[in-house]
Write a protein that binds this ligand. Structure first.
Ligand SMILES: Nc1ncnc2c1ncn2[C@@H]1O[C@H](COP(=O)(O)OP(=O)(O)O)[C@@H](O)[C@H]1O
Ligand SMILES: [Mg+2]
Length: 315
């Protein structure tokens, strides 16, 4: 079996006293989307910059398509595209002008740069705005142009650093569509995100990063399953929320999340130890009738909170 197209092994990186990466490992099989999920300061951008040959690790190794990102940086660069966290496009130029400029920077002939710019503008829904200055573009259009600029050389591996941070839902959806289209063509994508929903929607595998290392990996579904299902309860009488939460916490042997204003309680029911029926019976016994009880998978938000809590406990 060939090795994954993106591999990081024990990456370390310090900036003065800040230990940005502390032994980060990643493996992304070709043709898949890896979502690197973590809060601000987790080390996501540092990891992407190392993988994209823009920074060297202090320790550890990384390979793209089998090429070492430090020793074979040129080979790596020929395989990858990068859209950074902050849009790199020139405001004073038009969309088309930007793409032509990038084409030339990538050593395409004038003619090829032109042709590629037109092609990409058409494909990613930017043709209409192509001859307007980027200064007048919406945030979403700018990001899309930035993403498109990283595609000029038809990269096999694309790095997207927080591609939708700060975008409205519609623009976010447009970026997601563009990513899906690339993946359908066989591009491998590593994207960083702070949005659990984004990882859930796009990623085949998620690597949860906190304090410079991966604290959990798996498909979004597996991560959710590892945390266990939850039972959501809505009480008829919201004033009983705190008491009911107490009863349920004791029963489940775990912390519950309660919203006393809404009379809502969420109970983790890990490993099938507690069932929906148990919750109803327990509340009934305590004389607190639920208006609604439902079983559901945890959201990635809950998964993330649980995982980062746990990581803190072990530090
Ligand atoms: N060039 C730099 N100089 C000093 N500190 C840095 C630099 N780049 C990143 N850091 C620090 O390293 C940590 C990780 O940063 P970063 O990789 O940007 O995280 P993320 O992208 O997940 O928000 C942060 O504490 C950040 O302040
Ligand atoms: Mg970042």
């Amino acid at each position: 079996m060939s090795e994954p197209i993106v591999v990081a092994e024990g990456l370390h990186k310090r900036f003065g006293d800040t230990h940005a990466l502390r032994g980060l490992d990643l493996a992304v099989p070709a043709g898949t989307v890896c979502g690197v999920l973590g809060p601000n300061g987790a080390g996501k951008t540092t990891a992407v910059r190392i993988l994209a040959t823009l920074a060297d690790p202090d320790a550890g190794h990384a390979r793209i398509g089998g090429h070492d990102v430090v020793r074979d940086a040129d080979r790596v660069r020929a395989m990858i595209g990068l859209a950074g966290q902050y849009a790199a496009v020139d405001e004073k130029l038009t969309g088309r002008g930007n793409l032509r400029m990038f084409g030339r920077l990538y050593h395409l002939s004038r003619r090829d740069a032109r042709r590629r710019a037109d092609e990409l503008l058409d494909r990613f829904g930017l043709a209409e705005a192509a001859d307007r200055r980027v200064a007048g573009y919406s945030g979403g259009m700018r990001r899309r142009l930035d993403l498109v600029a990283s595609l000029i050389l038809r990269p096999r591996v694309l790095f997207l650093d927080e591609p939708t941070t700060g975008l409205d839902p519609r623009s976010r959806g447009e970026i997601w569509d563009a990513v899906r289209e690339l993946v359908a063509e066989g591009t491998t994508v590593l994207l960083t995100t702070q949005y659990l929903e984004e990882a859930d929607r796009l990623a085949d595998d998620v690597a949860v990063v906190d304090h410079g290392r991966v604290i959990a990996t798996g498909t979004p579904d597996r991560l959710k399953a590892a945390i266990g299902d939850r039972v959501d309860v809505v009480l008829e009488d919201a004033s009983l929320t705190v008491r009911a939460a107490d009863v349920l916490a004791r029963m489940a042997g775990a912390e519950t999340a309660a919203d006393p204003a809404a009379g809502r309680i969420s109970v983790p029911v890990a490993g099938g130890a507690v069932r929906l029926a148990d919750v109803v019976r327990e509340l009934d016994r305590a004389g607190m009738a639920p208006a609604d009880v439902s079983l559901r998978r945890p959201t990635l938000d809950e998964v993330f909170l649980r995982l980062t809590d746990r990581a803190k406990e072990t530090v």
